[in-house]
Design a protein around this ligand. Sequence first.
Ligand SMILES: NC(=O)c1ccc[n+]([C@@H]2O[C@H](COP(=O)([O-])OP(=O)(O)OC[C@H]3O[C@@H](n4cnc5c(N)ncnc54)[C@H](O)[C@@H]3O)[C@@H](O)[C@H]2O)c1
Length: 321
Amino acid sequence: MNLLITGGNGFIGYNFTKYVLANCSDCEVICLDSNTYAANIVEISSSRYHFVRGDIRDGALVGGILADYDIDRIINFAAETHVDNSIANPNLFVETNVLGTAVLLQKAREFWGIGGDNLYFQVSTDEVYGEIDADGAKFTEDSIISPRSPYSASKAGADLLVKAYFDTYNLPVVTTRCSNNYGFYQHREKFIPLIITNALLDKPIPVYGDGNNVRDWIFVLDHCSALWSVLTAGESVVGKVYNIGANCEMRNIDLVKFILDYLKKPASLITFVEDRLGHDRRYAIDATKIGTDIGWRAESAFETSMIATIDWYVARYGERK
Ligand SMILES: NC(=O)c1ccc[n+]([C@@H]2O[C@H](COP(=O)([O-])OP(=O)(O)OC[C@H]3O[C@@H](n4cnc5c(N)ncnc54)[C@H](O)[C@@H]3O)[C@@H](O)[C@H]2O)c1
């Protein structure tokens, strides 16, 4: 497999790159990443790994990579991902997430032509489904696409382009929509790293609104194993969408308390701040289909993996008190 991983220096992309190199001895991995502020700048020393710094919107660059490395699989993680930033600067999200995906799809189509054992894999999010009430049914792959933030709208736009390339050009594609990830190598602006690093400094922990918003959490390595299962499942996944989740719903306030308890920090650090504009109330993923079709299910226990995550950030940032 000659695999192009776009956004491979980001939180999930970097974990996935390491996962592939560890689990596939005959995979050549090409990482294309523009190294935005969100990227991890880390070395991967493997003769099967090649890094290209560049932008997914650069069609000439993307086309050159596909040809030079004879790419037969593309998995697209590259995106602007922080909802708060999307509220401040929505156009950047449209440019990277929608236009970037459009360039990748078009270059894949031009390079692969018709037929062949190829796959374009779009890594998407449950946020494209919008929000659900506290007692509403979980999102399935048939839930309507109803994004509510510029971030999720740009991801939804990209998902629809992927669908269009399948319906119109028969490009072999698959899309996954995962719930919120936690784990190693996530940027400090995101909720869990922010809680941990602020707590370590005894700084206030900002919690939006009343803290009762519910997120459905999955350990990043479970997400990676799900992506790998889909990537290697063969032709049966082509044209399909799979939800990925670990049945782990939690109120934001309870997550903050769990982390503070573990770090032995006082709940008085919690500071409720004005709610995010259009803040989605609850996400919850029904991941039955990926289990039935491919046999994947999440394996990590929340407490164990969350503690490993906290320990990782403490080891990385703890000494900067
Ligand atoms: N983090 C989550 O909980 C979560 C959940 C479900 C889906 N996703 C999706 O997974 C993907 C990865 O998310 P993440 O949390 O790892 O994101 P991230 O922000 O940590 O990483 C994104 C990476 O993309 C790169 N990038 C950004 N714009 C680029 C461009 N124009 N060209 C090339 N590279 C570019 C960045 O440099 C960075 O390395 C995203 O598509 C996101 O929508 C994330």
